[in-house]
Design a protein around this ligand. Structure first.
Ligand code: 2P0
Length: 369
């Protein structure tokens, strides 16, 4: 534990029930946080950003957001937000709403001027959703400021996951390395609807070597947002059957992850991707996010697996791009397959090489208060 200083005492002293930020308190925090790809999908929510069923994801490595927050004690709250060098007022307004809804978690907010800068490591218009990486990076920065004011040594990752969830459901899972599970399941006693938990110690070592090659079928903006897609589950006639199936898939996938059972892993992962898109197709109104080349790639992957016996499988996010999942020992064979057979289905031959990663990383903290 760090030394408990006079500054921490001042902060914790109550002024009309509110913590007082010492004048002159300023500094900068910087975190990078990765995106994640769900294997069992979160699709349908209830209450305040709570999932209708548990989900499991791989934490990625290369697709990350880097966010820095410069902070300074001030009379009032103020916020500026820059994305890739340009001020973005629409995004600043969204973040401001999220923050002002959580003044109880960040009681210093109304005495702080914040300047945020955010950059993605993945290319512009790559069709990769960034809410998981951006929201988890932002929450980690804010909790670091909070930690400094309280004189605490470490950020509480459970709290980080919980706040990231409220900002964007899938962001709750990006806080942990390797794999995470979000949502209550009887199969895992520590699980919760409120936050994700790490699955790192539940994984057979083969899964820690997994690669995710992301084939960019289209980088155009989606016609239906994930937020809208989630809400269409409320009247989906198959919703109850879907949530029951997702729970069974969680139980069986957890067993496969522990046992290194690649056959079950492939069966569940591909079935989950197909179910997600089937749910979209039978929503009212119906919508389709896959493209013809999504299906061409899926057919080629199944043919390749049958011919080579290499345990390559696919999953899909809420979009047309295809994630190829496989153990690293097959990387040469799969990359040759991509170059020779699959890039023809990608927009501008684009694909991203990613793999399972170590979770968020603190890049800088300077507290000059
Ligand atoms: C997932 N997706 O489990 C699922 C599968 C997309 C397909 O979570 O409204 O951006 O911010 O909670 O997390 C995408 O939805 O939605 C998503 P919000 P989010 O990764």
């Amino acid at each position: 534990m760090p030394e408990f200083t006079f500054r921490h005492f001042l902060y914790l002293c109550s002024m009309n029930g509110q913590a007082k930020v010492p004048s002159g308190f300023h500094g900068i925090v910087k975190w990078q946080s990765p995106s994640n790809i769900a294997l069992v999908k979160y699709w349908g929510k209830k209450g305040v950003q709570l999932p209708q069923n548990p989900s499991i994801s791989f934490t990625l490595s290369q697709c990350r957001t880097e966010t820095s927050v410069t902070f300074e004690a001030a009379e009032n709250f103020s916020l500026r937000f820059y994305f890739e060098g340009n001020e973005n007022q629409a995004f600043a307004a969204k973040i401001e709403k999220f923050l002002l809804d959580h003044v109880a978690d960040f009681p210093w907010l109304n005495q702080m001027s914040l300047n945020m800068e955010s950059n993605n490591t993945f290319p512009h218009s790559s069709g990769i959703a960034s809410s998981a990486s951006s929201m988890s990076a932002l929450v980690l920065c804010l909790l670091d400021i909070d930690r400094m004011l309280k004189g605490e040594a470490e950020i509480d990752l459970k709290k980080a996951s919980c706040l990231a969830r409220i900002a964007s459901g899938s962001a709750s899972r990006s806080v942990f390395p390797m794999m995470a599970l979000w949502g209550k399941t009887d199969t895992l006693a520590t699980s919760s609807d409120e936050y994700a938990v790490s699955l790192e110690n539940q994984m057979n070592p083969i899964f820690k070597t997994y690669c995710d090659s992301i084939l960019i079928v289209s980088d155009a903006a989606k016609l239906v947002s994930s937020r809208a897609g989630h809400s269409l589950m409320e009247n989906n006639p198959y919703a109850a059957a879907r949530y029951a199936q997702a729970n069974r898939n969680i139980e069986n996938l957890l067993a496969a992850l522990r046992d290194g059972d690649l056959e079950t892993f492939i069966e569940i992962t591909e079935s989950e991707a197909m179910q997600l898109h089937a749910l979209m197709m039978c929503s009212t109104p119906s919508f389709i996010l896959m493209k013809p080349n999504t299906l061409n790639i899926i057919s080629e992957i199944r043919r390749f697996r049958e011919t080579t016996q290499i345990p390559l499988c696919f999953t899909l996010d809420a979009g047309p791009n295809v994630h190829l999942l496989y153990p690293k020992q097959y990387a040469d064979a799969v990359e040759t397959f991509i170059d020779e057979n699959l890039v023809r289905y990608c927009t501008d031959s684009k694909w991203i090489k990613d793999c399972v990663g170590n979770g968020p990383q603190k890049l800088m903290v300077m507290d000059a208060g």
